[in-house]
Design a protein around this ligand. Structure first.
Ligand code: ADP
Ligand code: MG
Length: 591
C-alpha cells in the first residue's frame, strides 16, 4: 500500500525557509477562517450588518445548507455607490474610526472584516441602494458588483428600493478542508434556524423571514412585542406562560425580557437567549450564573425558555475579545450576575405547573396560532439599601395560596383547593411540606430563629451511626452546625457516632429511621453538603403521601406554604402546585 498520503510527524522539514511575506490571497484565506467557520457564521455577519443598517425587515435565504447559496436582503440605509466595492476590503468599516470609538460602540460590527473574509472564500454579489438616492431617478438605481477571490468580476445597475442584498455562492470553494468538514446540509440548516430564531427574539421590532430551500421556515411580524415574536417562532400560544421582567439598577444596567414559566422548560439550552447591548452573547460567566439560578428549581437537565436583554453603558463592556464576537467581558459582572440570578429565581420559584406540557414543534410545523391572554404585570423593583430587590413576579402567588380553600384530599396525597377566582389548585402534600421544612431549616441556620423549630426532640433511644474513616473526621468538624439544627450528635469512639436528638419539627418521629443516611449527607465532601442536608432532613420528615389530612390540617399546611419564598417547587426541583385556570376550564368544557 502506498504511504505517500500519510502524514508523518517524523518527516517534518528539518531546514528553515527564509522569512517571506505570505501571498495576500493566502493570508486572506487564513484570516477568513477565524471569522467564518461554517455557513451560519456568514448568516450571522450578514444579519448583523443588516441590523447595523437599521433594517426593519430582513430576509434570509439558504440553499444546499448554505454552501450553494446564502442571501440576505434588508431594507436598511444601504451602501453609497462609491463605497460598494471597497466594503469588501479588509479593515474597511463605516462604524468606527478610532480605537476610542470602541467604548462608545452602538453597532454590532466594527472590525471591517466580515465581508472581506466572506469574499476571500466564496463568490459574493453585493447589490445596494443608499437611502439618500431614493426617488432620485434611474441614474441612481441600485448598483451591484460580483467578486470572486476578492476581485470584482462584474458590475452593473438595477432597479430596487433602498437597502442591501448580499448573495454568497459556493462558500469554501477554495478551502477544501473546510468543505469536507461540513458533511450534512441539514445540520447547517439547523444552526442557521437557531441563529435566526435568536436574532428574531433579540429584535422583535424587525420582520424576519428565513427560507430554506425555498420553504419559509420562520416568519415574524416585527410588532415589537417579544411575546408575539416568541409565539411566531415556536408556534405555541405562550401568552400566559411568559413573565415579563424589567429591572434596572441605577445607571449601571437594565435587564428586561421574558422568562417562561416551568411548563415551558425544555431539555436543552437552545431557548436560553441572552442579548448584551443588542449582541447575542455566549458570555460564560453570565450563562453559568443563569444555570446556577435555576438549578434546583427545575428538574435536572431542564432549562427555562427565556429571552433577556441586558443593556449597559457601552464603556462597561468589552466586545473586542473574539473575532466571532460572541464573547463579552463586563465591568460590573458580579452585580449583573446577581441580578440575573434573582430575576430568574423569582419567576421559577413561584410559577405553578399547568396540566398541559408544552413541547415546541419543529420548524416543519408552520401552523400559526394567535396569542391569547392579556399582558402580564412586570416585576416590581424596590430600591433598597443593598441595591435592588426583585419582588414577586406573579400576581401574588403567595396571596393566592393564602386564600386557597381546601376542598378534599385525593389519594391521601394531593390537596384539592379552590382559589377565589374559581380556579382549581392541586397541591402535592409531601412536596409542600418538604418545601416548608426546608426553608425553615435554612432560615434557622442563617440565624433567623423560628419558634417552631428551636426545640429539639430528644430520642428516647439514641441512634448509633457508623461512618467511614474520611467521613468521620468531616462529621466531627460539623457537629456544632448539626447541633444548631437540633441534631444533637457526639463521637462515640472510633468511627461511631451517637445521635441523641433530632429537629423537633412535625414528622420528627420519622427521622430516627434515616439517621445513617443523614449522617452520610452531613459528612459529604462537597461545597453544598449543607443544602443537601436541609433537603434530606426536609424530605425525611415531611408528611408522607398516604397520610390522611383533615380539612383543618390541610388549611394549616396551605397557610404555611403561602409564607415560603418558593411555594411552587420542592427542594428537588419538582412542582408542588398544579393549576387548572378558569380559562383552561372554560376551554376544555366549552362553556
Ligand atoms: P463591519 O460590519 O465590521 O463594519 P463588514 O465587513 O461587515 O464590517 O462590512 C463593511 C462595511 O460595509 C460596513 O461598515 C458597512 O458600511 C457596509 N455594509 C455591509 N453590509 C451592509 C448592509 N447590509 N447595509 C449597509 N451597509 C453595509
Ligand atoms: Mg459587519
Amino acid at each position: 500500500m502506498s504511504q505517500t498520503h500519510t502524514y508523518d510527524a517524523q518527516q517534518r522539514t528539518p531546514w528553515r525557509a527564509p522569512l517571506h511575506e505570505l501571498p495576500v490571497e493566502v493570508a486572506e484565506r487564513i484570516a477568513a477562517g477565524e471569522v467564518i467557520e461554517r455557513p451560519v457564521s456568514v448568516v450571522k455577519e450578514l444579519v448583523e450588518n443588516a441590523l447595523d443598517a437599521g433594517a426593519r425587515e430582513i430576509r434570509i435565504e439558504l440553499r444546499g445548507g448554505g454552501l450553494r447559496l446564502i442571501r440576505v436582503t434588508d431594507d436598511g440605509y444601504g451602501i453609497p455607490e462609491d463605497e460598494l466595492e471597497r466594503a469588501c476590503q479588509r479593515h474597511t468599516t463605516s462604524k468606527i474610526s478610532t480605537f476610542e470609538d470602541l467604548s462608545r460602540l452602538h453597532s454590532l460590527g466594527f472590525r471591517g472584516e466580515a465581508l472581506a473574509s466572506i469574499a476571500a472564500i466564496a463568490d459574493v454579489t453585493l447589490l445596494s441602494r443608499a437611502l439618500e438616492t431614493e426617488g432620485m431617478g434611474e441614474e441612481h438605481a441600485a448598483i451591484w458588483a460580483t467578486l470572486r477571490g476578492g476581485e470584482v468580476t462584474q458590475r452593473g445597475r438595477r432597479a430596487r428600493l433602498h437597502g442591501t442584498t448580499v448573495t454568497v455562492r459556493d462558500l469554501f470553494y477554495n478551502v477544501p478542508a473546510r468543505l469536507k468538514s461540513i458533511a450534512n446540509p441539514r445540520t447547517e440548516n439547523r444552526h442557521v434556524l437557531q441563529l435566526v430564531q435568536r436574532y428574531a427574539a433579540g429584535y422583535p421590532t424587525v420582520r424576519f423571514s428565513l427560507l430554506i430551500d425555498e420553504r419559509t421556515i420562520v416568519r415574524t411580524s416585527g410588532t415589537g412585542e417579544l411575546a408575539v415574536t416568541l409565539g411566531e417562532l415556536y408556534h405555541v400560544p405562550l401568552g400566559e406562560m411568559l413573565y415579563p421582567v424589567d429591572v434596572s439598577e441605577s445607571a449601571h444596567f437594565r435587564i428586561h425580557g421574558y422568562i417562561g414559566n416551568r411548563v415551558l422548560a425544555q431539555g436543552n439550552r437552545h431557548f436560553v437567549t441572552l442579548f448584551v447591548n443588542g449582541r447575542w452573547v455566549h458570555a460564560r460567566s453570565l450563562h453559568d450564573a443563569l444555570e446556577r439560578s435555576y438549578r434546583g428549581l427545575l428538574p435536572k437537565g431542564k432549562h427555562p425558555l427565556l429571552v433577556l436583554y441586558l443593556d449597559l453603558p457601552p464603556d462597561e463592556i468589552d466586545v473586542n475579545v473574539h473575532p466571532a464576537k460572541t464573547e463579552v467581558l463586563l465591568v460590573h459582572e458580579e452585580a449583573v450576575t446577581t441580578a440575573l440570578t434573582q430575576i430568574v429565581r423569582s419567576v421559577l420559584e413561584r410559577s405553578p405547573a399547568t396540566p398541559e406540557a408544552v413541547n415546541f414543534p419543529g420548524p416543519a410545523l408552520m401552523s400559526q396560532r394567535r396569542l391569547p391572554g392579556p399582558r402580564r404585570r412586570g416585576l416590581h423593583v424596590a430600591e433598597s439599601a443593598e441595591g435592588y430587590k426583585v419582588e414577586a413576579a406573579q400576581p401574588g402567588t403567595a396571596e393566592v395560596i393564602a386564600q386557597l380553600r381546601p376542598l378534599a384530599q385525593l389519594q391521601q396525597a394531593v390537596i384539592l383547593a379552590e382559589a377565589p377566582d374559581g380556579s382549581l389548585y392541586l397541591i402535592d402534600q409531601h412536596r409542600a411540606h418538604e418545601r416548608i421544612i426546608y426553608e425553615h431549616l435554612r432560615h434557622m441556620y442563617a440565624g433567623v430563629q423560628s419558634q417552631e423549630f428551636t426545640d429539639t426532640h430528644l430520642l428516647l433511644e439514641p441512634v448509633m451511626v457508623e461512618m467511614k474513616r474520611h467521613q468521620a473526621d468531616l462529621l466531627e468538624q460539623r457537629l456544632p452546625m448539626l447541633r444548631s439544627l437540633g441534631l444533637e450528635c457526639e463521637r462515640f469512639g472510633g468511627r461511631s457516632f451517637l445521635i441523641r436528638s433530632v429537629p423537633g419539627s412535625e414528622g420528627h418521629e420519622q427521622l430516627a429511621a434515616h439517621l445513617q443516611e443523614l449522617a452520610e449527607i452531613a459528612s459529604e465532601d462537597s461545597t453544598d453538603w449543607e443544602d443537601h442536608l436541609f433537603i434530606g432532613l426536609a424530605c425525611r420528615s415531611a408528611l408522607r403521601r398516604g397520610r390522611e389530612l383533615s380539612i383543618g390540617e390541610q388549611t394549616t399546611l396551605l397557610k404555611a406554604l403561602a409564607n415560603v419564598s418558593a411555594p411552587a417547587v420542592c427542594p428537588h426541583g419538582s412542582p408542588i402546585l398544579l393549576h387548572y385556570s378558569r380559562p383552561f376550564l372554560i376551554e376544555k368544557f366549552d362553556w
